[in-house]
Write a protein that binds this ligand. Structure first.
Ligand code: HEC
Length: 116
């Protein structure tokens, strides 16, 4: 029979590779719009204003803002912080100037891109 010629390891390989491949494809497709927007628009804002404190193992507030996934998952609390008045408790960037309206609008746009 045909199937008897295919070894078990090669069947397993096909199954595993096939599944891993699907998962990778879903991630890439599902988030690509948000990810491109992150690379072009959001990452530069973060590296200018936030990454000095929010990266590496000893990040401020224990929150990193130096990758697509970290910023995407913290976008709500980030918007809350950058919208506060400078000098008030919890304002971000800590000790810095308030982000421009344009930068805040970009963060607002980022939250509205669905990652599905
Ligand atoms: C000078 C250092 C510094 C800079 C620059 C800075 N932060 Fe922070 N950030 C902190 C510290 C310290 C905390 C922890 C205290 C707190 O929660 O207010 C914090 C906390 C936060 C939190 C809260 C995380 C949580 O779990 O609730 C967010 C969100 C945040 N920062 C976003 C930003 C963003 C966005 C920027 C850039 C626009 C920024 N920070 C720039 C020092 C900084």
């Amino acid at each position: 029979m045909f199937l008897e010629r295919i070894s078990l390891p090669s069947i397993l390989f096909i199954l595993l590779f096939g599944c891993a491949n699907n998962i990778a494809e879903e991630l890439v497709e599902d988030c690509s719009e948000a990810e491109n927007f992150y690379i072009e628009t959001i990452a530069p804002i973060m590296s200018q204003n936030c990454v000095s404190c929010h990266s590496g193992p000893s990040s401020s507030g224990n929150q990193r803002l130096d990758s697509f996934l970290s910023v995407y998952s913290l976008i709500e609390v980030t918007l809350d912080r950058v919208n506060r008045d400078p000098g008030s408790a919890g304002f971000m960037p800590l000790g810095g100037n308030k982000l421009t309206n344009e930068q805040i609008a970009a963060l607002q746009a980022f939250i509205e891109i669905d990652c599905e």
